[in-house]
Write a protein that binds this ligand. Structure first.
Ligand code: HAM
Length: 445
């Protein structure tokens, strides 16, 4: 069997633009990421949540913000036959907050800690590492405003990345203040940009009043020059925001997380307050937007925007496709799933034996002996060829005669020696031969 690429054929129907099939050779990579996320969730007491793939459009208009690029340009929105305005979710934080409010999670012990591994949809210009359907691993902590939560989330993200085995990542950390200190700062920034309007690119000139933060993310050198000299939020914080941020940095120092203070991290979504961060890989030459493996921050005002009152929140999301690309680039080899390693092949000859083999296959599994089989093949030689390719130690062969005698043939695949076992002793015999320390014996299902 060749690779998928070698065998690809042109087909009359192709997938839509900006999406990808996730094919079997990538399965171990997805498992590696999912396992690292799930294990970390268990260690840090996060529980899994899954919200619907589509939501009322209003959730994102109010939650993420009408003027953000995400909402203004990138949403897959549609009207249903019943005239409901719906949107394929472009991100997970607003839906999780909606679910928290709607399901009365405020009455649970706070904070409520939730995680998700889900697909999201953004109508972006398709390019390398920007897909229109992509997956995120997200962690959200709702109902608690303290800086220790932000530190704990950054610690959890670090655990996921270290568990995967990634190296060279760094948190870029900033604060965006809150409703008491940000508005006056924004005015100051707008004034500054107005004074320097002529030196900005057309895009930044255009968004100067609506979204003055854009200048911090602009890739144009002339805008970067203006951005470097611009007033920064960190210098204009009110006292509570200042101590919140100072405490966070002290905790990050304590837990030895690799981080850099970066006043240019402003994030593209409106719900952020105070702490914001992105996770970058220290790879030279890639624009920062593409370097981001993930991002997150605090969103203390989001619940009020959704009509849910005062519910502080904080979280992060990692892009799974981007993680997998880095895993491959760093040459990390994900372990094959243990259950895929088989030491026994079950071969059959004739319809009655095939029927019995199907049952035997499950019986073996119940005893923790996972076999391979090729029920679709009829000839013994083709089945044994497959067994050979799989590299199993033994093949069990069941034919009409053995069925009649209540026996089965055990073939040593290395030596070719064959012996006849009584069916009733089969499990005990196999367990005897497979060392109890062998990874080929599994917990019974
Ligand atoms: P975000 O920065 O928009 O944040 O997305 C998080 C990560 O998802 C990005 O860093 C990137 O790795 C991945 N990602 C985003 N868009 C794409 C795309 N088009 N193709 C491939 N990967 C992509 C959020 O979504 C926030 N909800 C994160 C958060 C959680 N904040 C608080 N809690």
């Amino acid at each position: 069997m060749g690779t998928y690429e070698e065998q690809s054929m042109s087909s009359s129907i192709e997938k839509a633009k900006g999406v990808k099939d996730i094919l079997p050779p990538d399965e171990p990579y997805w498992e590696l990421v999912e396992e690292a996320a799930k294990k970390t969730a268990r260690d840090f007491d996060f529980f899994r949540i899954s919200t619907p793939i589509f939501e009322k459009t209003d959730l994102f208009l109010r939650g993420v913000g009408k003027r953000t690029d995400l909402v203004a340009k990138e949403m897959y929105s549609f009207k249903t036959k019943g005239d409901d305005a719906l949107t394929l979710r472009p991100e997970g934080t607003a839906p999780v907050m909606r679910a928290y409010i709607e399901n009365g999670m405020k009455s649970l012990a706070q904070p409520v800690k939730l995680f998700y591994i889900e697909p999201f949809f953004r109508h972006e210009r398709p390019q390398h590492l920007r897909q229109r359907q992509f997956y995120q691993v997200g962690f959200e902590t709702l109902g608690f405003g303290s800086s220790v939560i932000d530190a704990e989330l950054i610690q959890a993200a670090t655990h996921i990345l270290r568990r995967i085995g990634l190296e060279g990542f760094e948190f870029q950390v900033n604060t965006l203040g809150d409703a008491s200190c940000r508005p006056s700062y924004m005015k100051k920034l707008q004034e500054y940009l107005k004074d320097n309007k002529k030196s900005l690119c057309l895009d930044c000139q255009e968004s100067m009043v609506r979204r003055p933060f854009n200048v911090f993310e602009c890739q144009e050198e002339k805008c970067a020059r203006i951005a470097r000299m611009a007033p920064k939020m960190i210098d204009e914080l009110c006292e509570p925001c200042h101590s919140h941020f100072r405490e966070l940095l002290e905790m990050l120092d304590e837990i030895e997380v690799p981080y850099t203070l970066n006043p240019f991290i402003v994030r593209g979504l409106d719900y952020y307050t105070r702490t914001v961060f992105e996770i970058w890989l220290s790879v030279e030459g890639e624009p920062s937007g593409m370097r981001a493996l993930g991002g997150g921050g605090r969103y203390d005002g989001l619940a009020a925007e959704l009509g849910g009152g005062e519910i502080p929140g904080s979280g992060f999301a990692l892009g799974v496709e981007r993680l997998i690309r880095v895993i491959k680039n760093q040459g990390l080899v994900p372990p094959q799933h243990k259950e895929r390693e088989k030491s026994i092949f079950l071969a059959q000859l004739g319809f009655a034996a095939r029927k019995r083999s199907l049952k035997l296959f499950s019986e073996l599994m119940r005893e923790g002996i996972h076999a391979s089989a090729a029920f679709s093949r009829e000839s013994l030689s083709s089945q044994l060829r497959i067994a050979d390719k799989l590299g199993v130690e033994y093949a069990l062969i069941l034919g009409e005669k053995e069925l009649f005698d209540k026996s089965i043939i055990l073939r040593n695949m290395k030596t070719g020696n064959q012996e006849i076992l009584e069916m009733r002793n089969l499990i005990a015999e196999l367990k005897n031969r497979l060392s109890p320390f062998s990874t080929k014996l599994f917990r019974p299902i």
